[in-house]
Structures are given as structure tokens and as C-alpha cells.
Design a binder for this molecule. Sequence first.
Ligand code: PLP
Length: 440
Amino acid sequence: MQNDAIKIQPALEALHMPENLTIGMMVAEQHEQCRQFACDFDYYGFAFGQSPFCVPPLLQKKLQENAAYGGYVPAKGIPELRAAVAEFYERHFQLEASPERVIIGPGTKTLIYMIFNIVEGDVIIPSPAWIGYAPQAALLGKPWHVLPLSPENDYRLQPEELDTFLSSLPRKQHLLILNNPHNPTGILYSSEDLGALARVCRKHRTLVLADEIYALTTYHVDAFTSMGALYPEGTFVTGGLSKDRSAGGYRLGICVLPTAGGTALAQAFEKMAATLYTSIPTPIQRAAVSAYLQSREIDEYFAVTREIHSIMGGVLQGLCHNIPGLQATLPQGGFYFFLDFQELAEAFREKGLQNANQLGAALLSHPHHIATVTGDALMLPPHRFGARIAFVDYEGEKAYERYQENPPVKAEEKLNFVRETAPRMLEGVKAIENFVRQYR
Ligand SMILES: Cc1ncc(COP(=O)(O)O)c(C=O)c1O
């Protein structure tokens, strides 16, 4: 057989690589080009959404201790971990999740895919959004709809908008994605906001996929409310170790199932898990128990890392927002904000930048070297000139130590903290300013 002679399923052929890998390829390409004019290429890394901190030492230690556990375990997850997760959700979010409602999976990405696969109905994705959702729906041949969020409402989904939108769809079961705190804007929904959205969902019998992977990075963590606590009958809550415990590579995610699913829904997950991957790694599950049970180490880790995210986000957002022509959302959790270039749209078009994907490429090009996530990768329409800024391009361990030695309190101290521990990000903001100056 010749090369390329094997036919690939059309749904997969139509799929693009996820945004972070695409940007990785663009960076490599730019590198090649820049070498031609002896450019000492490096780029400002605002694209990658990975926590910069090390995995909590307690979790690392427990993983080592459990390395000998090589056997298969139950498909839904080991009972000790499901019990620890249930307790964790009750302790932090007043969400009464019995262990029977908890599913352990290989990262929330896969759990989201399983939810799409198991639950009937269309998927509704408020945009801008994390890139993960739509390709999964497309791969399954599942209808999905984009519901644009507006800057006037700080990119928060409004109950009236949702009501109108759901009324326009065929009357059947649908699944709304509600990501809180929100990637890419960093905004947080209040308990009142969520209560109002829950009422609309109840009225339309719409299910919610509450992607709460950034919940414990919320800067004023008491302000976080889980949708699962307000709308338990219809909400799938997803979370995991990837962001607030900096262990994306452990690939451990959890899902709290809606109460209305009963045992049939839990069994559907069990069947699918058993069919696809049998169970997730036993040592990881056993170690993860320590990351869910209450302990001084983990509580302190949450507290320090969320403070540092808050400092980095506050300083960078302030500097970007002050660049004439730009607007930046104020992050309240997570490690992103959204940078709106819309005021410059006409100038961009006049100088040949026709859409947000081209903006992303221009930001990355010589001499700017600014890697961000833009356009399609945020599920934005092509004419919306915006970019996601991830503020995690620094040595997490150093920042963690420096914070513990002397936590900054005043604005000036916070700026000094960023200067000291994350100088490249400040240079990156300067590069954004220079980029914008070209078009003003
Ligand atoms: C909003 C959001 N949901 C889900 C995920 C996937 O997380 P996991 O590592 O658990 O698959 C990410 C990762 O970037 C994310 O930003």
C-alpha cells in the first residue's frame, strides 16, 4: 500500500489540532523564519494555560508510596477516592454529593466527552469559550450551538438571553456549558447569577455541564458557588487536579452527576469507562485521596497559589487595560483574562489584518513574538478581534517561596513581586504595547 492510503473517519479528518498544539507549531514556524535574519527568537508565552507551580509535595509523596499498586480497580474509581471527593465538595461548596454520584475519570476533558456521549440533546456553548467543547461535539456528530456573550455584561450569560435562546430551540433536552470561573475571561458568576440561570434551566428542563475546574483558584474563594449546589437535579459538575493542584499530567478528573440521573446514569458512566479504558491508573487514584482529604498542606497550597494568581492577574490586567485601544476583563479566578482589540478593528483591516486568526499570527510574528490564543481557538466569530492572555509564564516554585517569605499586600509591593518573579511577563506587556502602537 502507498503512503496515505488508509482512509480516516470523516469526522476525525474534519477535526483540527487543539489550540495549544497549533500555537506550538506556529511558534516553531516563526522560529524558522526568524533564524533567516539572525533573530535570537524567543516568545512571550501568554498562550499556554498550565499552572506554573509544582505538584503539591504531599501528592508527589503519596504517588511514590503507591507505585506498587499495579492492579485494575473499579471503572468508576476507587471507593476511598470517591468518598474523599464527595466530602471535598461538601466541605468546600456545600454540595451534598454522595460517593455514588462521583465518577473518577482520565481528566475532565475525557469526562466532558463522556457526558456528551451519554446524554442526549444539543450542546450550547457560550462564547468566547475554552476550545475543548466544540470539537468533541463535532467528533460525536452532536449538534451544538454558540451563544455569544457580550462585553457589556462582562461576558456573563444573562438569564433573559438564555431563556430566549432556549425558547428558540426545539423543545427537548439540551446541555448548557457553564464554565465558572471562566476561561478565557476570568470572570466569576455570583450565587445570584447562578440562581437566576438555574431557574431558566429548570423551566426548560435543560441540563448544565458546570465546568468548575478553576473553582479553587477563585481569588476570593468564598465568593465561589457551585452550580451543583443550586441545581443538583440537572447539573454535571466537573473538576480535577489539573489547575488548582497543578497536576495536569496526572490526568485525574472527577464528575459529580446530577441527582435526576439516578443509578441508571451512574451505570451508563461505568459501562462507558469499562468499555473505553477499564480504570484510570491505580497509583494516581490512591495518591489523589490525599489531594481531596482536608490537610494543612493542601489548604496552604490552595491559599498561596490562588494569591499568586490573583497578584499576577491583577498587575497584568491593569497594565494591559491601560494600553490605549485595549480593554481587558478583570480576572476573579483562574489564570486568564480576555484582551479586546475591537477599538483597533478598522486600523487592523486597513493594514491587512482581516480577522482574529490573523491577529494571532501578527502578534506572534517578528519582531513581536507574543504567543496568545485568539479567534477560532476561543470560538469567537472571525470579526471579533480578541486574545486570551494566560499569565503563567514564570517560575512557580520561585514565586511560591518568595510569597511565603514576604507576601506583598500593597499595590506597589505587588508590582515589585511581579517585577522580581515574572519579569518576562512584564516585557511581554511592553511588547503588546509596541504592537498596538503600530496600528494606532
Ligand atoms: C475550562 C477548561 N475545562 C477543562 C479543561 C481540561 O482539563 P483536564 O486537564 O482536567 O482535562 C481545561 C484545560 O485547559 C480548561 O481550561
